[in-house]
Design a protein around this ligand. Structure first.
Ligand code: URA
Length: 261
């Protein structure tokens, strides 16, 4: 190996290690496994296909995203048009109690897209998803896998805040989901990450609990979709943070693999 290759390899290992230490520090985990990840061949991603998919899941498409993607320049325009259409939505009573509709934020060309549940108080006030405490944790999670918040796209199942942050109602989900489906169709991320019960169960069309869905890739219209715990749940249950780290490493590795194809 050439000296400069060795230097690059070393720099990359150190960068990875720093990200892991930072993540695990954030998450209050004191034991760090120092397995030499760079040297280990990454096992192929586990995608839950029909055979092991939950019985009540929707018929799923092929395991990978084959749909022709809108050209990059068009994505921004298509998203902007969709946003303008969505901003004037008054289909459900949440439009009467919202301060702002929270459409979504991030890179229209993102390889990775996160889907949460619904705006909370801070998001309703600022018109941007995941800006409160849970959002700050999500930003740290994104940074821990070596990305910036501005690299990814973030949206929610519901675009308007349910009063008092109550759970989304089935009718609200049914009325709001077409906007999210269109967002995903435009962005066509390489990998989706569903945060928490509502996002995972809605995208995967299942009633299977998040504790069983998490940790493996499922299939949403050909896009590998990781389900993991919601950052707000992690704030209440810090002992579960290690599981999210495990899930996010799988997301990072699959994304890297798909982007290098
Ligand atoms: N929780 C969510 O699910 N989405 C947000 O935007 C904020 C908190």
């Amino acid at each position: 190996m050439q000296v400069h290759d060795l230097k690059n390899e070393l720099a990359s290992v150190i960068k990875d290690l720093k990200a892991r230490v930072e993540f695990e520090k954030t998450f209050g985990i004191d034991v760090i496994s120092l397995a030499r990840q760079k040297m280990v061949k990454i096992p192929p991603p586990v995608i839950a296909h029909k055979k092991d998919a939950p019985e009540d899941s929707a018929p799923q498409a092929k395991p990978f995203n084959k749909k022709p993607s809108p050209k990059n320049d068009d994505k921004e325009k298509l998203l902007e048009d969709l946003k303008n259409e969505t901003l004037v939505c008054h289909q459900c009573p949440l439009s009467k109690t919202r301060t702002n509709l929270v459409f979504g934020v991030g890179n229209p060309m993102a390889g990775l897209m996160f889907v949460g549940e619904a705006p909370g108080r801070d998001e309703d006030l600022q018109g941007e998803p995941f800006v409160g405490r849970a959002g700050q944790l999500l930003t740290k999670i994104i940074e821990a896998i070596g990305m910036k918040r501005s690299d990814v796209y973030i949206a929610n199942i519901l675009k308007c805040r349910p009063p008092g942050n109550r759970n989304p109602l089935p009718d609200e989900i049914a009325l709001c989901i077409p906007a999210l489906i269109k967002q995903i169709d435009i962005i066509q991320p390489k990998v989706l990450c569903a945060l928490g019960t509502f996002a995972a169960q809605t995208l995967l069309n299942t009633k299977t609990p998040i504790g069983s869905l998490r940790g493996k890739f499922h299939d949403y219209k050909g896009i590998p979709t990781m389900a993991t715990f919601h950052p707000a749940y992690l704030l209440r249950n810090p002992n579960e943070k290690g599981k999210v780290w495990e899930d996010m490493k799988k997301v990072r590795d699959l994304l890297k693999e798909l982007l290098n194809k």
